[in-house]
Design a protein around this ligand. Structure first.
Ligand code: BDR
Ligand code: CA
Length: 309
């Protein structure tokens, strides 16, 4: 099997953990490294969470520390969904792996060079690490095959009526990544709000009782309550969307578009403006905007991957 070399950039919160656990059981993905960024929680927590989830799941991949703050806006965390510690207040056994100190952007650049143009980045937090990497290593844009993000929305927002959390978290970084010239797959709220597990499905997975299944169940209880309050049909697995898009693209559909990020708006800061339904189209149209998913097949796949632990 031809395995796809990937890099995972994450502000490891509860849905990021599901994405990472899924990567760990997908045979066609070859995880080369992980970088942590501040977002759902402070960097010190997202970095440790990524290390500890790897330890729990037996994923032996280095985790690198990235940006502590967005480029130009203050850090905005999400304790209501992810808890103060980023993993729903669950205490994970600490990873004994040696702590990497190399900055995320240097490690990513080295991995991209080693993969000789084949590396695909799955980025599921604010895009600060990637923006810093492109600023420091201009040739990185020629070394990456594709960037798959969870972020943005063609329609609406979650953290504000106009903006999705990851893009709002660092709009300037997001604009740099969209403008870098590397093909981007955007899994925004349009698709990720449809990519959910029902509370009964979450309970069923938790009932398996393995350490990973119990962690999945317990860490997502706050998030489930949050989704209930906003009348979502279940637990939205936002960050698993770009992972499964890469591994099983047949579950998804979408359209090519131009996407620009609003970096100056007051009401619209962090909005991903797409030209999907517009008469006037942007000159630069290299983003594949994912719009739909087969929910039942998505849920079945996530279940299969988590039960494999
Ligand atoms: C995104 O925001 C974060 O809270 C989640 O981890 C996900 O990446 C959803 O808007
Ligand atoms: Ca995330």
């Amino acid at each position: 099997m031809n395995r796809i070399p990937i890099w995972f950039d994450t502000d490891l919160g509860v849905d990021d953990a599901v994405a990472l656990l899924s990567i760990g059981k997908l045979p066609n993905l070859d995880l080369r490294g992980i970088s942590a960024v501040a977002g759902n929680a402070e960097l010190c927590r997202t970095f440790e969470n990524a290390r500890n989830v790897c330890h729990l799941a037996g994923i032996h991949v280095p985790v690198y520390p990235g940006a502590e703050h967005p480029l130009f806006v203050p850090l905005h965390t999400a304790p209501l969904v992810h808890g103060e510690n980023g993993v729903g207040e669950v205490e994970l056994p600490p990873s004994p792996a040696p702590k990497e100190t190399k900055p995320a952007w240097d490690a990513l650049y080295e991995a991209a060079k080693a993969a000789e143009g084949e590396l695909q980045v799955i980025a599921v937090g604010p895009l600060t690490n990637l923006a810093i990497a492109f600023g420091k290593y201009p040739e990185l844009k020629t070394l990456l095959k594709r960037i798959l993000i969870m972020g943005g929305a063609a329609k609406g927002g979650n953290v504000t009526p106009a903006a999705e959390f990851n893009i709002y978290g660092d709009p300037h970084a997001a604009q740099m990544v969209f403008r870098a010239g590397v093909p981007v797959v955007m899994c925004g709220l349009d698709v990720t709000m449809k990519a959910y597990l029902t509370p009964a499905e979450v309970d069923e997975i938790g009932g398996r009782g393995t350490p990973v299944c119990r962690f999945f169940h317990d860490s997502n209880q706050l998030a489930l309550k949050f989704f209930e309050r906003i009348t979502a049909p279940g637990l939205c697995c936002h960050d698993t969307c770009p992972v499964l898009f890469l591994s099983c693209p047949e579950l998804f559909s979408g359209e090519e578009a131009g996407v620009y990020v609003e970096t100056r708006g007051t009401v619209t800061l962090g909005k991903t403006v797409t030209d999907l339904w517009s008469d006037k189209q942007f000159a630069d149209r290299h983003v594949f905007v994912v719009l739909d998913v087969d929910r039942n097949r998505f849920a079945a796949k996530v279940r299969e991957l988590l039960l494999a632990y």
